[in-house]
Design a protein around this ligand. Sequence first.
Ligand SMILES: CC(=O)SCCNC(=O)CCNC(=O)[C@H](O)C(C)(C)COP(=O)(O)OP(=O)(O)OC[C@H]1O[C@@H](n2cnc3c(N)ncnc32)[C@H](O)[C@@H]1OP(=O)(O)O
Ligand SMILES: CC(C)C(=O)C(=O)O
Length: 513
Amino acid sequence: MTDKLIIFDTTLRDGEQSPGASMTRDEKLRIARQLERLRVDVIEAGFAASSNGDFEAVRAIAQAVRESTVCSLARANDRDISRAAEALRPAARSRIHTFIATSELHMEKKLRMTREQVLEQARLAVRFARNLCDDIEFSPEDGYRSDPEFLCQVIETVIAEGATTINIPDTVGYAIPELYGHFIRMLRERVPNSDKAVWSVHCHNDLGMAVANSLAGVKIGGARQIECTINGLGERAGNCSLEEVVMAVKTRRDHFGLDVGIDTHQIVPASRMVSQTTGFVVQPNKAIVGANAFAHASGIHQDGVLKARDTYEIMRAEDVGWTANKIVLGKLSGRNAFKQRLQELGIEMASEAEVNAAFARFKDLADRKSEIFDEDIIALVGDESVTAVQEHYRLLSLAQRSETGERPHATIAFAAGDVEYRVESEGNGPVDATLKAIESKVCSGAEMVLYSVNAITSGSTESQGEVTVRLQHSGRIVNGVGSDPDIVVASAKAYLAALSKLQSNAERVPAQS
Ligand SMILES: CC(=O)SCCNC(=O)CCNC(=O)[C@H](O)C(C)(C)COP(=O)(O)OP(=O)(O)OC[C@H]1O[C@@H](n2cnc3c(N)ncnc32)[C@H](O)[C@@H]1OP(=O)(O)O
Ligand SMILES: CC(C)C(=O)C(=O)O
């Protein structure tokens, strides 16, 4: 048994089976390149026989990816397997993954086949696939709910035909960690030729236990491959999440004693890419990749983390691809976190009494506002000039043109202090064109981390639109809000307001890295 745990990513196959997560060839290719940067061992690129589009996606990935093994799923029949082999032909390393259900329920009700027929079809499928590819994975679908006696017979047969990986799916997420772990172990002990294949686990999250079940399959069962997806995407409630399982094995190496080849710094970029591509938002409290996974909002924790990060952090945010952990100031924050933020903003208070007075104002504000931004703190420490310079950039006029089939175009006049500018730009949409035009002159280099639109008077189309723009630059975050019945105008106002704050902060507070 090796000490290496193989990470088999199926975001592009099982992940794509999430209703609404369908991806184009180019989107899949982009994600596959990121999975290669993440250094996953196997990329299940799709189900080549399912459509011409998926065939092309698998082929494009097989052509582009050099470091990871590229795999296609195929039913246990010659047509599916031939399509998979054809799509995978350009790959440097390829795998055919064939499957057939072995539970009584699936065989009788779905396949309408007897045990003997399923056993024979599995045997013939693996034999056929093995003539086309050296690396063959076999999955007895609904394996966990299958009769162990029959399952062992099927597995022994396919290993004898040349299957190199045996994957035991908990297709419907019915397993419990300890039971699943012992199930895998029992199979490995009972199948006479079990040591001729790598054993793999594939768990679904219907009861929220996909990660725990996979880890039990490894620890108790001795599996050495985990099938998983970025952000836990997948059929129904999803699959075992790659980021969680990888960081569990790495963080608790003392328990698992296994190596994984993943470059963990690529985890957050991969998570963002999958989320942006599929439109599946990552919940803030999601382990590893959620926005709050390394954020501290309560005073006692903030105090601990500021003194020694490991008081409340078992992993480093930077190690999974975040730029840093976060101290979020709000009503539960304490004096130490507040003082630290003052220091970061370059604000020096004359005495402890002044700090205490500012802290009292901060708590008061925090009772009314859920998150306190840097500009709030600057304002509450008593500098009246903030309001005056916030108006540095002002919208004078805006004209924009968008027509079906043409790129939207915006022309803007705005003032920066006493100077007036007139700028224009094209963009993906009218708002994009407008903000690009402004940025072409201001050259702030700020990153937009939030853009949101709300109807502020009523829910109808006649209401005023309120746009909030959040910009980040040199470790500083500012919000700009603008309202107007025309949301393009509201967007321009919000963007200029945020730029004004950035500009005023930059002037008054020395930028820090
Ligand atoms: C647990 C899993 O995640 S398995 C993977 C699930 N993923 C997908 O199904 C996505 C891709 N699927 C598809 O594009 C289509 O279902 C296709 C192209 C595979 C098949 O489409 P169709 O030929 O129209 O069949 P349809 O999907 O309606 O039914 C599936 C057929 O495959 C059979 N089948 C199901 N699994 C297998 C298998 N592993 N091996 C062989 N045959 C199988 C079913 O019994 C059924 O046969 P029938 O038509 O004789 O009743
Ligand atoms: C094809 C197999 C591995 C599968 O996705 C499942 O059983 O969930």
